[in-house]
Design a binder for this molecule. Structure first.
Ligand SMILES: C[S@@+](CC[C@H](N)C(=O)[O-])C[C@H]1O[C@@H](n2cnc3c(N)ncnc32)[C@H](O)[C@@H]1O
Length: 173
């Protein structure tokens, strides 16, 4: 009998982490998504002009762009993804909307998030629908914690699974 179950934490049986395909990245950036997951409604209570923000697993920027607008021209967003093609899509969308100068994209790798220069400096960090793809979420959150300013906010959003997901809503914590 073949076991089709995948190991937990986003790793495949091959040992390679399962990451969101790039074609889904285009769908995730669709404005239709705003009907059931509104970035401004999630971010506005905590994001402020002038902040340093972090978007972990940014894909093509469905949350990065609103975050960049909320931190304003004096603020900065560091957007991290493990796939260069997602960051390329993000760069195109930022250029089109005149937001490229306030967002710095960074490619993460097997060694983790490229955040060494940001220790204790991030005001607000976002990690939306990413944890299920990460083989070692504990290590990821520890790196995010190191980057956070004391009193900073980490916003995590994940899809509900099981019957509770029938309404299509997300859990925000
Ligand atoms: C389902 S998508 C969600 C994208 C975005 N946060 C959103 O809500 O539109 C997950 C993204 O996380 C990225 N990702 C997966 N593992 C990662 C890791 N270890 N570090 C950074 N990004 C990662 C994937 O490449 C993908 O772009």
């Amino acid at each position: 009998m073949t076991n089709t179950k995948q190991p937990s934490g986003g790793a495949r049986a091959s040992g390679k982490p399962h990451v969101c395909p790039v074609w889904i990245g285009y769908l995730l950036a669709s404005p239709v998504r705003r009907w059931f997951e509104n970035p401004e409604r999630i971010l506005a209570p905590l994001a402020r002009p002038g902040q340093l923000a972090l978007d972990v697993g940014c894909a093509m920027g469905f949350f990065t762009l609103p975050l960049a607008r909320l931190v304003g021209p004096q603020g900065r967003v560091v957007a991290v993804d493990v796939q260069q093609k997602m960051l390329d899509g993000l760069a195109r969308r930022l250029r089109k909307r005149g937001l490229a100068d306030r967002v710095e994209s960074r490619l993460s790798d097997a060694h983790g998030l490229p955040l060494d220069d940001l220790a204790a400096s991030v005001d607000i960090a976002l990690i939306v629908h990413v944890v299920h793809e990460v083989p070692d979420p504990g290590a990821l959150f520890s790196q995010i914690a190191t980057a956070m300013k004391p009193g900073g906010w980490v916003i995590g959003v994940k899809r509900k699974v099981g019957p509770a997901a029938a309404d299509g809503r997300s859990a925000v914590g």
